[in-house]
Design a protein around this ligand. Sequence first.
Ligand SMILES: *[C@@H]1O[C@H](CO)[C@@H](O)[C@H](O)[C@H]1NC(C)=O
Ligand SMILES: *[C@@H]1O[C@H](CO)[C@@H](O)[C@H](O)[C@H]1NC(C)=O
Ligand SMILES: [Zn+2]
Length: 429
Amino acid sequence: MGYTFTLLLALALLHIARGASVGQDSRIRYDNYSVYKIKYESLGQRNLLRQLAEDRNNFRLWHEAKDELHLMISPYGLPEFQAEVLKANVSAEIFIPNVQELIDVETDENSRASSDDFGWKKYNSLAEIEAWLDDILARYPVITEGFVLGTSYEGRTIRGLKISYKSGNPGVFIESNIHAREWITSATATWLINQFLTSEDPLVRTLAESHDWYIVPVLNVDGFVYTHEKDRMWRKTRQPSEISACVGVDPNRNYDSHWMENGGASSNPCAEDYGGPHAFSEPEIQAMSDFVGSIKEKLNVMLAFHSYSQLLLSPYGHTKEEYPENFDDLMEVAKAYGDAVEAFPYGTVYRYGSAAGILYPASGATNDWAYNEQGIEISYTIEFRDTGRYGFILPPAHIVPNAEEALIGITALLDKCKTLGYLELKYNL
Ligand SMILES: *[C@@H]1O[C@H](CO)[C@@H](O)[C@H](O)[C@H]1NC(C)=O
Ligand SMILES: *[C@@H]1O[C@H](CO)[C@@H](O)[C@H](O)[C@H]1NC(C)=O
Ligand SMILES: [Zn+2]
């Protein structure tokens, strides 16, 4: 009796401490978790609110910009949140009242779409993406070539696809789904692959055939599988920590380029932007570094796909006191992307700037590393739809429109790169 009571009490406490509960199919549930947009003016206000995110059980950071924070809050954390909002005298606006509701709708739509029909009406699992890649490789043996980046912490193969119609093309590398919960990125990357191979639109044909494409649809394979099977809101890798019970590292803070400088990543293993015990501690990022390093002469452009907030972010991420030598060009190229997307029927607006300038210092990210350490002079993080209405749980109906915008944006971006002389070969044929 006493034992049962203690056990129940312990379970109840565990439940409260963990915040999220576990559903019947062992997925973590987010019932009544809300997401708030908090606007602030001063650094003091920001720091007060930012501190909440240190308690990751009740508060999870979704998006952070210079003047704005998006926080997911557990129902248990609401009273503390309201008190802090009053104390800091900031305005907070709810935009997702119940995260689980969005996840449920998404799960329904994913299961309603036929599972043996790979397409873009739903979000595909890693197994589905890999089977589809195999199919592509079998159908287009001359134009496509599979490559392997390496092996993840949990032992999965990290795969990529090269598309090349002829020799002598400038190279474009697309890294996608380094952050596990950003499902729109791999959906967009696979849609682009399909367009490059099957589109009959002359503009797409020219784009596809006049560049060599190196596309990694899912870089953070362990995290991605985890978001499908266990926790939809997972961001990091899945390697355990030696100093904490918290699992995983922010892979986009783990590159050896100004690693952990200027508070550009957290040293707290429980933080969403934990930089890791050392640079390249994550096998996925070491693998990416080895592979890109081995072909860097062939690469003119690096694009890292993320969501959400509709931004193009150029180097530098580690500081806003300095700007890259070709910053004006980087902004002109980013503007070309933004203008093209905005002129498209959906009228979606993208902003652009350096990562540190427009958001906050973030060091050790792919785009900075590619620019600083690999000599790839055109290098961006692209944050796709939306600006917060759905955040990471973007409904599948957005997949194709978002991907169309990426296609039109990348076309304009590469046209501008060519005009500015960035697509010259760096090696002898
Ligand atoms: C969510 O909130 C509603 C309304 O307050 C409540 O009725 C419901 O029981 C809550 N659900 C869970 C799982 O806590
Ligand atoms: C709170 O902010 C508002 C406007 O942002 C300002 O007018 C007011 O004086 C502030 N109150 C305190 C106590 O700082
Ligand atoms: Zn991201």
